[in-house]
Design a binder for this molecule. Structure first.
Ligand SMILES: Nc1nc2c(ncn2[C@@H]2O[C@H](COP(=O)(O)OP(=O)(O)OP(=O)(O)O)[C@@H](O)[C@H]2O)c(=O)[nH]1
Ligand SMILES: [Mg+2]
Length: 451
């Protein structure tokens, strides 16, 4: 069971560095602290940077662990809502371990991943949407991903969800009123009032569906995109990968079948992360190892968001490969004619390129537009959990709206709206049915240690 006692952890990466930060948080912070520093902890000024010697036991001061800057934060005005301390020590893992051992000796416990944020949520300092936003920000791998995470951190999302919840509760109380009062009203008045509720609800559904679209987009942009480079052997796939990445990543040679395994490189284009994957040339061969590589080529194409289909002689024959045809089904494809310097007339290509000397910006522009990334749009929620909950809420709202249209189904409509409200509560972490353990497992356990 998750117990909110006093915890400690290294909050910076576990490597040798100039400085490291150790966090201590929980009801016994002052007490634990009182054993490792000489100052009277009741007299500590909150948010003030002190310079202290840190001791394993301040009453036996022969063992100094380090000299460090220490900041004490008084709950509830701290990240976790409990009393907290941060130690800015020298960045040695030995020092960090000695200090953590001392804190444990005096009553703290080594924290689990994400436990400081779990304390913060437990103390009502943030809802789940904000907690996830912080984690997304830490894990962002491109400029765009960071922007999206920052937007979701602003609290805008919690406000959207709370606003929707308020509206649904209003509709619920109106519907319930009609269920009780329908016999005392003129039928026409009754229908008209209900129609108003339905109209409002339908507008909210449209708004929510737009947000879901934006959420899907934000999730894709945050994750980055997988681009497979595929085609027959020796057409210049590896040369193209190297040109895109601007480095000699893959081996290039005039011998067909040079690339055996998938060679991958990342590149940021317009602030977005792309993972380019060069694959083994597709052909019939009896070479056992090459065949294993070709199987990986098909899988890479299958999993890609976009395929750069390459050829130095034309694209008709490529589609005679039945397996390729099947994995290309429903895929976004750019047909890239290679070796433009020696092959000038390849029909049916989307772009013609000489990887040895051309600037590849024309190709990257095509990639952005094929994935509809050329226009910048405001993003919305971030995370698969959010996406799934928003879809569940929208689907309940749609059922409620349909039920209003059918006379006598108003109780069904209010039941489904009630389910929608329950989903909203779960999304922000405000549901009675969710235990702290559930929330820790689905969310905070994926955070970093010390966060
Ligand atoms: N003239 C010319 N030669 C090119 C161009 N691109 C690649 N080549 C040459 O074509 C040969 C094959 O290039 P690779 O990039 O290894 O081809 P690949 O498609 O990766 O081949 P496999 O790994 O065997 O499937 C090499 O000799 C390259 O130098 C180009 O734009 N123009
Ligand atoms: Mg190759």
């Amino acid at each position: 069971m998750l117990v909110f006692d006093t915890i400690c952890a290294l909050a910076t990466a576990p490597y040798k560095s100039a400085l490291a930060i150790i966090r201590l948080s929980g009801p016994k912070t002052r007490d634990v602290l009182s054993h490792v520093i000489k100052k009277d902890t009741d007299k500590l000024e909150p948010n003030h940077a002190y310079f202290f010697h840190l001791y394993e036991d301040k009453d036996h001061p022969f063992k100094v662990i380090d000299e460090a800057v220490v900041v004490f934060y008084e709950g509830p005005k701290s990240y976790t809502g409990f009393d907290m301390a941060e130690f800015y020590i020298h960045g040695s893992l030995l020092i960090a371990d000695e200090l953590l051992d001392a804190l444990v000796k005096w009553g703290a416990r080594r924290a689990m991943k994400g436990e400081f944020s779990a304390q913060s949520y437990y103390n009502g300092k943030m809802d789940l949407l904000k907690a996830e936003g912080i984690n997304d920000l830490i894990n962002a791998t491109s400029k765009r991903a960071k922007t999206i995470a920052t937007e979701t951190l602003s609290g805008k999302n919690s406000a959207i969800v709370l606003d929707l919840k308020k509206k649904l509760l209003d509709y619920l109380s109106e519907l319930e009123y009609y269920v009780e009062d329908q016999y005392s009203q003129e039928k026409d008045d009754y229908d008209e009032e209900l129609l108003k509720v339905k109209k409002s609800l339908d507008k909210d559904i449209l708004d929510l569906d737009k947000i879901i679209e934006k959420t899907k987009r934000a999730n894709r942009e945050y994750q980055g995109f997988n681009i497979a480079i595929a085609g027959e052997p020796n057409v210049g796939k590896s040369t193209l990968l190297n040109a895109i990445l601007g480095e000699d990543k893959a081996i290039v040679s005039p011998i067909p079948g040079t690339t055996r395994d998938v060679v991958e490189g990342e590149k940021e284009i317009n602030g977005l992360l792309f993972r380019f994957k060069d694959t083994a040339g597709l052909r019939k061969t009896s070479d056992f190892v090459e065949n294993l590589g070709i199987e990986r080529s098909y899988k890479t194409v299958k999993d890609a968001d976009l395929v750069l289909l390459t050829s130095d002689c034309g694209f008709e024959d490529i589609y005679k490969d039945e397996e390729l045809k099947s994995v290309l089904k429903d895929k976004k494809i750019i047909k890239v004619a290679t070796k433009r310097d020696i092959n000038t007339h390849i029909a049916d290509a989307d772009i013609s390129i000489c990887s040895l000397k051309d600037d590849i910006s024309a190709l990257t522009d095509k990639i952005l537009s094929a994935l509809s990334l050329d226009k910048k749009e405001e993003s919305a929620f971030l995370g698969k959990r959010e996406e799934e909950y928003l879809e569940k809420i929208s689907s309940q709202m749609k059922k409620a709206s349909e039920a209003i249209s059918e006379t006598g189904q108003i109780d069904i409509s209010s039941d489904t709206l009630r389910v929608a409200v329950a989903f909203i509560n779960e999304l922000i972490g405000n549901s009675e049915g969710q235990t702290m353990e559930d929330i820790y497992q689905t969310l905070f356990s994926k955070f970093c240690l010390g966060k």
